[in-house]
Design a protein around this ligand. Structure first.
Ligand SMILES: *Cc1c(COP(=O)(O)O)cnc(C)c1O
Ligand SMILES: [Zn+2]
Length: 400
């Protein structure tokens, strides 16, 4: 074999069904598990010679963690510089509301303006490595834009299916990347039904949230970055806007991996994870509170936070596990509160965030007021996207 210095550093070992644990081969394209039709989880050999000191001279993208990423051969890496987003101190808001330590990781600074770049960079790289004719996705907006961009870079055809009411900027950007767009009257699960119709013969890779194993692996790099940026410590509380849930599940997965790697102390107290949803679409909050057994028949309404309009997330059992294991909670935020959140983060911190990120800030405010968060705790907000594409949703509402 030709020498492959630097090209085969992944220590991936196997994929397992998240429901029953059945093993699946990582050397072929996989979708959901063959046994239970549930998400597949990637595992790595953490006994290898990979240490956190190795990171010192690595590139400033999520690919710095390549030993715990699934791409085997670096030549298939499709990157636009995703990851390594800044963690900012929200001093003004902390002072105004009585937090001692309030930070925000700004995922809006990723390529294509959201953290979806991490997941799609990974999924498209892996699709390229394993061979596919093209990719298709049902999306509330940001995932479609990211998929279109990475497919353009990878020279792969892209089909994006999104709700007709999605703000124009998302659609326009997809067209610029050369994707084929289908507009649907409904929410993301209606788009998913259309994807199944368009891709009946399976010639395209469906990169829907958690229907292939690798978007999760891209999203988990947020967890690695959080620990690295805090000098291998973790916050007391992390708040995350949960739609399909890949970020929530991925960050938690990263913490478990870092404990196995010995990068985090075995005795470390991991953060309480908070899933933030919209009042208009709160399937996970209702399941968490026992309103229904699961969200399989839940009907949501559209929300200003397009990324949160996911009425029936496939990863719900995994999200509930994270909330339970971490001692976390789930909370929903009204449309008006999201607008107030966008206003406050803009005026007090100079951050024009997506309504999803604004929801997270408003959730922190509410949980502090309720006493669920203590003033001295270190609180980390995840802003998952830039506000710029949502202009139509919030136009003119800076007054109030
Ligand atoms: C997709 C999206 C979310 C939800 O992410 P999941 O991984 O599906 O939970 C949150 N915020 C923004 C801006 C998004 O685009
Ligand atoms: Zn199974």
């Amino acid at each position: 074999m030709a020498p492959q210095v630097e090209t085969n550093l992944s220590s991936i070992t196997v994929l397992t069904c998240s429901k029953c644990g059945k093993e699946h081969d990582y050397e072929i394209l996989q979708r959901v598990s063959s046994c239970c039709a549930m998400p597949l989880l990637a595992h790595y050999d953490v006994s290898g010679p990979f240490s956190k000191e190795d990171l010192q001279n690595r590139e400033g993208t999520m690919w710095r963690y390549r030993e715990v990423l699934p791409v085997l051969n670096e030549t298939y890496k499709v990157s636009l510089g995703e990851g390594c987003t800044p963690m900012l101190d929200l001093k003004n808001l902390a002072d105004a509301y009585g937090f001692d330590n309030l930070k925000l990781k700004d995922e809006g600074q990723n390529p294509t303006g959201s953290f979806k770049a991490r997941g799609l960079s990974m999924a498209i790289s892996k699709a390229l490595e394993l061979g596919t004719e093209g990719c298709i996705i049902p999306t509330a907006g940001n995932a479609g834009v990211a998929m279109a961009a990475y497919c353009a870079k990878a020279n792969l055809p892209a089909i994006v299916v999104m709700p007709r009411h999605t703000p124009k900027a998302f659609k326009e950007e997809c067209y610029w990347y050369g994707a084929e767009i289908h507009l649907i009257d409904g929410l993301i699960h209606d788009c998913a039904a259309e994807v199944r119709k368009l891709n009946q013969d399976g010639h395209l890779l469906d990169v829907s949230t958690l229907k292939e194993p690798y978007r999760l692996e891209g999203k988990k790099t947020m967890g690695y970055e959080i620990a690295e940026q805090l000098q291998w410590q973790v916050p007391d509380v992390i708040l995350y806007p949960a739609g399909g849930g890949t970020g929530l599940i991925g960050i938690w997965k990263a913490f478990q991996e870092m404990i196995a790697l010995g990068w985090l102390d075995k005795e470390i107290r991991l953060p309480r994870m908070v899933a933030v949803q919209a009042e208009n679409c709160r399937p996970l909050v209702d399941t968490f509170q026992g309103v229904h057994a699961n969200s399989q028949n839940y009907n949501g309404l559209p929300t200003l936070a397009n990324g949160l309009a996911v009425p029936r997330p496939l990863g719900e059992p995994l999200m509930l596990q994270v909330l339970e294991q971490s001692g976390g909670t789930a909370i929903s935020i009204s449309e008006d509160d999201m607008v107030e959140g966008v206003r406050e983060l803009s005026r007090k911190e100079g951050l024009f965030v997506a309504p999803e990120g604004a929801a997270v800030w408003m959730a922190a405010r509410q949980l502090l007021k309720q006493g669920w968060i203590q003033p001295q705790e270190q609180v980390l907000l995840l802003n998952t996207g830039s506000g710029q594409k949502y202009m139509e949703n919030i136009e003119g509402r800076y007054i109030g």
